[in-house]
Design a protein around this ligand. Structure first.
Ligand code: AMP
Length: 268
């Protein structure tokens, strides 16, 4: 489909970048995009340059027929599913300055991850030329990195962050949840519970106490291996001990069985 005529007719184009294996979290981004734009493009591309573990890339779920059905039901206008060859026709060197945040939290555990993420999002933006792009707060640090990339290239694309969609029991929806065994699925609940604990006791406890309690909750569940649980300034991602700081967010990453999950909660 040619998007150029739509663009020249002054219609607003939105993009929702995904790696497929769609769930209600992705659908919520499409719904929000439909509210704010005239035409919604959803991309499905499992981007090899953002994976640090080749096994993770290999086993990433790719249920294409299910995804197409979800997109039809969500009222998405265009699906963009490029091949790896199309997006990466030859060897290329991508390195942009994303600032210090790139190396914190996820950046520390997944070296080079945000170079890969920004590389593919720039390519998707170049292909679709959107006015507005929708991302999930679920990948909190990713939104910061995309905004940094947009600033770096001075792109005329508005970046919108949408709330985290959860299962009824609190687990944040994720394409990776499919890999959880029934026992892992049960164990994984401690992730959202630890965040919820921090949020609901925020007024009465110090940050140090909140962290201590949340970390001990996570460490008490066998089969859950904690990478980090932290309370940070949502702009710098640096740890905060002052509760008066605006924009505080609690972020967690843990391996549950063989599956690494991330989640977060805004505290204000
Ligand atoms: P992914 O396919 O995992 O790369 O995710 C594509 C987009 O969907 C990203 O912007 C994610 O942050 C967003 N997303 C993933 N899970 C959720 C969720 N549970 N709620 C809201 N957005 C989500």
């Amino acid at each position: 489909m040619q998007l150029e005529p739509i663009k020249s007719a002054q219609q607003k184009i939105a993009i929702v970048p995904t790696m497929g294996a769609l769930h209600k979290g992705h659908v919520s981004l499409i719904a929000e995009a439909k509210q704010q734009a005239d035409l919604v493009v959803c991309s499905i591309f499992v981007n090899p340059t953002q994976f640090t573990d080749p096994k993770d890339l290999e086993k990433y779920p790719r249920p294409l027929a299910h995804d197409i059905k979800m997109l039809e039901e969500a009222g998405c206008d265009v699906v963009f599913m490029p091949s790896v060859k199309e997006m990466y026709p030859g060897p290329e060197n991508w390195h942009i300055d994303l600032g210090n945040v790139e190396f914190l939290l996820e950046g520390e555990f997944r070296k080079g991850h945000y170079q890969g993420v920004t590389q593919i999002v720039k390519k998707l933006f170049d292909a679709v030329n959107p006015d507005i792009a929708f991302f999930g707060q679920k990948d909190f640090q990713q939104v910061l990195m995309i905004k940094k990339m947009v600033e770096y290239f001075n792109l005329p694309v508005k970046i919108v962050s949408c709330p985290i969609i959860r299962e009824p029991d609190g687990l944040a929806m994720s394409s990776r949840n499919i890999h959880l065994s029934p026992q892992d699925r049960q164990n994984a609940l401690v992730i959202s519970r630890s965040l919820q604990y921090v949020k609901s006791h925020f007024e009465e406890q110090s940050i140090a106490c909140l962290l201590e309690h949340a970390i001990s909750m996570l460490q008490a569940v066998p089969g859950v291996e904690l990478d980090y649980f932290t309370i940070v300034n949502g702009d710098t991602l640096l740890p905060e001990s002052n509760k008066e700081t605006k924009n505080l967010v609690a972020l967690v990453a843990a391996k549950v069985g063989e599956t690494r999950l991330i989640d977060n909660m805004l505290l204000h």
